[in-house]
Design a protein around this ligand. Structure first.
Ligand code: DAH
Length: 346
């Protein structure tokens, strides 16, 4: 076969290009379809050329291919006449994210306390023994520390502040806040943060959140503590909610209490359809601890306990949140899954 025969063949193919369809998908098949596409047809004669003829013919074929590709790109970029753009149509729905339920709870707790004059603060998660225990009237080797199943860091000790720990409670913020304010009350702190303990079951996770309140001023009494807790219960759980305090023991408060909120399901009666309420069994849920700040803790923060008194409380965010009406979370670990089927409900 002669080179000019091949050239003629290419010219014929080029002529067929004038009948090419406009619609991109049809055009693609017309040009590059495996069996009947123009390009295959053009290339079919290449086999019959001698080795000397092939390079020049190959060059021509390549030029044709480029022309065809340009045609196709143009067709693809030309809006089809049958495709209408209606600018008056509402926009397509775009999925919008939302805050994680725990972040929502933290924001709500912050708002409730900020409205009554508390200041939100955050203190270190990786903390010195001093702020987590020692300054809270729990000297080293005191058995009370066992309650706080603490993670100790594998890090050098500080000469004055002791070992490094993952803070097991937000009470570490108490003496830090006294220091931040140069030991000058009034103090109205709400410290919300992550806390860590060596525990894991349906009601406990190794990482969880707490919120810690601290108020120090002249003439602060248990009445202020009780009023604040009641206010929180009504704001967070609804106007019918009640709170109560029961005597307990913490080293950093004297007297100390445990705080209960009335059950939102049986409305604090302990009875549901003539039977014992299976959610609370007593009408009450325990949420955390509280008390009047121990004089030694005020002293550790440079405050004179003869002049000032204070109250403090500390609760788990997850637990407080799980007791919300309509939200009966049997397994607190659900809050830490990234499963959208769970999270989309909030
Ligand atoms: N920090 C305690 C805990 O994690 C809770 C607590 C009890 C905090 C009494 C307080 C308090 O501020 O006064 O179990």
């Amino acid at each position: 076969m002669k080179t000019d025969t091949f050239a003629q063949h290419i010219t014929n193919i080029r002529q067929k290009l004038t009948q090419a369809p406009n619609e991109p998908e049809e055009l693609r098949i017309f040009l590059f379809g495996k069996k009947q596409g123009l390009f295959s047809e053009a290339a079919s004669l290449l086999r019959e050329l001698s080795p000397e003829e092939k390079p020049a013919a190959g060059q021509k074929l390549q030029e044709l291919r480029e022309e065809m590709e340009t045609l196709l790109t143009e067709a693809e970029n030309t809006p089809s006449k049958t495709e209408w753009l209606d600018p008056t149509l509402p926009a397509a729905d775009r999925p919008v994210g939302r805050l994680h339920p725990l972040s929502q709870a933290i924001n709500e707790i912050t708002d409730i306390f900020e409205k009554i004059g508390f200041t939100r603060v955050r203190y270190p998660e990786v903390e010195w023994d001093h702020y987590a225990f020692e300054a809270l009237n729990m000297p080293s080797n005191h058995p009370a520390r066992d309650e706080w199943e603490t993670f100790f860091m594998n890090a050098p000790e500080h000469s004055q502040l002791g070992k490094m720990v993952l803070t097991p409670h937000t009470s570490n913020g108490q003496v830090r806040e006294m220091e931040r304010l140069n030991s000058e009350p009034p103090i109205r702190m709400i410290n919300i943060g992550r806390t860590y303990r060596r525990q894991q079951d349906v009601t406990h996770t190794q990482m969880f959140h707490q919120f810690e309140g601290l108020v120090v001023d002249k003439n602060i009494t248990i009445q202020h503590l009780k009023g604040t807790i009641d206010h929180f219960a009504k704001e967070f759980y609804g106007p019918d909610s009640k709170s109560r305090i029961r005597p307990f023991h913490f080293k950093f408060t004297e007297p100390s209490f445990e705080i209960d909120f009335s059950c939102t399901i049986c409305k604090g009666t302990g009875q549901l359809n003539g039977e014992t309420c299976r959610f609370c069994k007593s009408g009450w849920h325990e949420v955390g601890g509280a008390g009047m700040v121990h004089p030694n803790v005020l002293r550790a923060g440079g405050i004179d306990p003869e002049k000032y008194t204070g109250f403090a409380f500390g609760w788990g965010v997850e637990r407080t949140y799980a007791l919300r009406p309509g939200l009966h979370l049997d397994d607190i670990r659900l809050l830490f899954t990234a499963d959208p089927r769970f999270l989309e409900q909030f």
